[in-house]
Design a protein around this ligand. Sequence first.
Ligand code: NAG
Ligand code: NAG
Length: 294
Amino acid sequence: MLLPFQFLISCLSAVRLVVAIDNSFFTSVDIRDVTTSYRHVLDPEHWFMIEAELFVCAGQDKDVFLSIPEDFTSIAETPFNLLHKSQAVGRVVAQDNIVKISFPNPPSRNITASFKIVAKLSKDALVSIGEPQVVEYVFHSSQGESFKEWLNYVGKSMDEVTVNSGHYEHNRTTWYTVDVPITQLDEPVIIFSEPRTDAYTKIHTDKTRCELVTSVDAFNEATEWVPVKPIEDLSSENAIDMTFDKNLEGFYLRIIYFAERLDRAANSGQVNFQKRLSGEIDSEREASEGADSF
Ligand SMILES: *[C@@H]1O[C@H](CO)[C@@H](O)[C@H](O)[C@H]1NC(C)=O
Ligand SMILES: *[C@@H]1O[C@H](CO)[C@@H](O)[C@H](O)[C@H]1NC(C)=O
């Protein structure tokens, strides 16, 4: 008569085993413009980095979920590791704006872990940001938390030089723009800009063009422009080096150039910009780049 009793015991322990452990919770969610690492966004077409942190309790074996607001799209669906101090403690996979975190090997102790995903704004979301504003995004988790995070969409400065860049993966070409407000052209200036990447890059000098922006939208982005030519152009495959006349009328001068990236490994780089007045460095600015290679 021992056998049925033993059978009952083993059934009970089996039942115990399938009671899922689920005391984990999210502690933070953060969104940033990948290119600048700021929540102030000059170019809403950049990639955004969404970083979530969570407390994972010992033995967690139930999946947890985080919803990403519908405004975000282009989220890669390839699974990747959930990390705790660069050690894999779970698996993360995103699908239809729901991020699922599973624990094939439940952790043996309480830990904190985090993951990052990159996303772009959807076409509808881009259209709805018609003027500079702060937009709030709400993230909900399966564990009951919700996080309200904001991005501040700001207009281009009309006092300072701004630089921007992005990457076309299909032909491995990086584009750069350098926008110089007309107020900065109070004297003839020399504009010097060079892509700075870990790898060697080569500027396609024949594709460089300069435009005088004559009309702008609510974000001071160009809506109308005319081609202009520098009074002197000493540009090479390594750098843009141009001198402009002071007698230009409009909002800003835009230099657009393209560079070929010769090393696939380099996913990020910078633009080095200098404006020189009568041989002296008047201002210098750097902007990071490389977001679009995700
Ligand atoms: C782990 O976290 C759970 C849930 O917050 C808590 O009840 C438990 O005491 C913690 N265990 C240890 C060893 O810190
Ligand atoms: C790469 O593609 C972009 C967009 O299609 C294009 O504007 C650019 O000129 C191309 N670059 C080269 C070197 O062909």
